[in-house]
Write a new protein. Structure first.
Length: 108
């Protein structure tokens, strides 16, 4: 959603604005809004008024999710090592392999 100016904090969106654009312009606006993971109305409002958008990047979100999963696996292995002092070498190799593959994909 678009960030509002401090003075607009208490206002509600109760007024509609419409104007004419070409079908290709509309398609481009819809594509840009979708790429940013925001609604077309939020994208247009931000473009017209100069607001900053909180854009969602699906690649970044997927990367963060992958890092959480890998970190969780490594944490489980570390916890097991601290309690039983035994780690399955294959599990550790798999976790490290996943981490390496992920890092390599980030560099592509």
């Amino acid at each position: 959603m678009a960030r509002r100016k401090q003075t607009d904090a208490g206002e509600r969106q109760t007024v509609s604005l419409s104007f004419w654009i070409t079908p290709s312009e509309k398609a481009e606006l819809e594509e840009r809004a979708a790429a940013g993971g925001v609604r077309l109305s939020d994208f247009a409002r931000a473009a017209l008024l100069g607001y900053r958008l909180n854009v969602k990047n699906p690649v970044t979100e997927r990367a963060i999710s992958e890092l959480w999963a890998i970190g969780n696996n490594l944490n489980q292995l570390a916890r097991r090592a601290n309690t039983t002092e035994e780690i399955d070498p294959q599990e550790l190799q798999n976790a490290l392999r996943l981490w390496r593959e992920f890092v390599e994909r980030l560099h592509e």
